[in-house]
Design a protein around this ligand. Structure first.
Ligand SMILES: [Zn+2]
Length: 399
């Protein structure tokens, strides 16, 4: 789903997407220690396969991997289908590491992936049953009932059982069909820490965020670290205080993003519009320019969470989404394409005398890029942008 560098805008394609239910779990049938032992053997077995594959000059085919590993894995007690899964995962991990010129993958977490042959999902009773070797375990999901209800009726694909920090977790991957409608218009939004500006082609509306509250909590945590530079790591009380501040900041952001995303997506659907988002992949290049690291870190975190929340809601409600490259969205005049000058937060175009505040400029430019996207048809991936950046900057199209 990644956009290429030259693209100004791209449409999130129709298709099948994955959505995961994540919850803490308790073993209600079977022994937790037996389960942890099964998970540990799974981890070692997976690593063994990876080690062996890594030594080979050529990555074998799946049938060859079967020859290599199947009977060994069966001898560790794994079910036939679990054994197949283990070498398939190892194969995929080694392949992607070698292709990307990475190092040999090292499995650190105790995590097993199971599919329909080795798992049962019963959302009505909030229970998942899994088997790795010779014992079935029933795991009760510990989460709010409304959260689990949201996944009722969806087709599940995989169950992941994970153990870390003394806790057992289950995530169930569901398949969701995403078929966006053809939009009648679009809503573009520009996000900053204080508020979100939403532009619909003629008017701007602002919504206050809670990111600043989260920022102040994070700032307080960092202040505590600075105040007790040596002590904070080993002093329980200070450490707990710092952790709690970070947790609160995170929850503030995540909760607010979910709430806002739902509101926004429902409203967009009501009007039959599309949502236009900045593609966050492009934001990274700004990192070095930012002096205030803590603000930057929180911004990235908040934007990412907001985007995740919007995407998850958009899939649920079949609302179309267009991603745009945010490059120069706050420095280009949306009217004539010249470079803007700033007086505090006020953007001024010396060329066409357009005057507007910074957030509105961002939202307007993002909205304009949506129009470029629709030079192609919605639902099909977009190709090259209609205009080149240089042409826009000069305010005319060069031949
Ligand atoms: Zn202008």
């Amino acid at each position: 789903m990644r956009a290429s560098i030259t693209r100004l805008a791209w449409v999130m394609p129709e298709g099948t997407y994955h959505k995961a239910l994540k919850a803490k779990a308790e073993v209600i049938e079977g022994n937790i220690n037996d389960l942890l032992w099964d998970l540990a053997i799974y981890k070692y077995a997976l690593q063994r396969c990876i080690d062996a594959l890594w030594e080979l000059d050529r990555i074998p085919k799946k049938s060859q991997a079967h020859q290599l590993f199947y009977s060994v894995l069966r001898s560790y007690g794994f079910r036939a289908h679990v054994a197949r899964n283990i070498y398939s995962i190892a194969l995929a991990l080694v392949k992607s590491a070698k292709e990307n010129g990475g190092r040999k993958p090292v499995i650190k977490k105790m995590c097993a992936r199971l599919d329909y042959q080795d798992g049962r999902v019963d959302l009505g009773n909030e229970v998942v049953r899994v088997i790795l070797r010779n014992k079935w375990y029933s795991l009760k999901l510990v989460h709010r009932k409304e959260y689990i209800e949201r996944f009722r009726g969806l087709r599940w694909k995989e169950v992941h059982v994970k153990y870390g920090n003394g806790k057992l977790y289950v995530s169930i991957v569901f398949e969701v069909r995403y078929a966006p409608y053809t939009p009648r218009g679009s809503l573009a939004f520009d996000v900053n820490l204080r508020h979100i500006a939403v532009y619909d082609g003629s008017n701007v509306r602002r919504y206050g965020t809670r990111f600043i509250d989260a920022l102040s909590k994070r700032a307080r945590a960092e202040e505590l670290q600075r105040k007790h530079p040596k002590r904070w790591r080993c002093n329980r009380r200070i450490l707990n205080r710092i952790r709690s501040l970070h947790r609160k900041a995170k929850n503030l952001v995540v909760d607010w993003c979910r709430k806002f995303a739902k509101e926004l997506v429902l409203k967009t659907k009501k009007h039959g519009y599309a949502i236009v988002l900045e593609d966050l992949e492009y934001l990274r290049e700004n990192v070095v320019k930012k002096e205030d690291k803590i603000v930057w870190k929180l911004s990235i975190f908040a934007y990412r969470k907001l985007q995740e929340a919007v995407i998850s809601k958009v899939i649920e409600y079949n609302v179309p989404v267009v991603f745009v490259n945010p490059r120069r969205t706050s420095s280009t005049c949306p009217r004539c394409g010249a470079k803007l000058s700033y007086v505090y937060r006020l953007a001024i175009c010396r060329s066409c005398r357009f005057i507007v505040d910074r957030d509105t400029v961002g939202a307007m430019n993002i909205w304009i890029r949506f129009i470029y996207a629709h030079a192609g048809e919605l639902g099909s991936p977009l190709s090259a942008p209609v205009m080149k950046d240089e042409a826009r900057r000069n305010g005319r199209i060069q031949g």
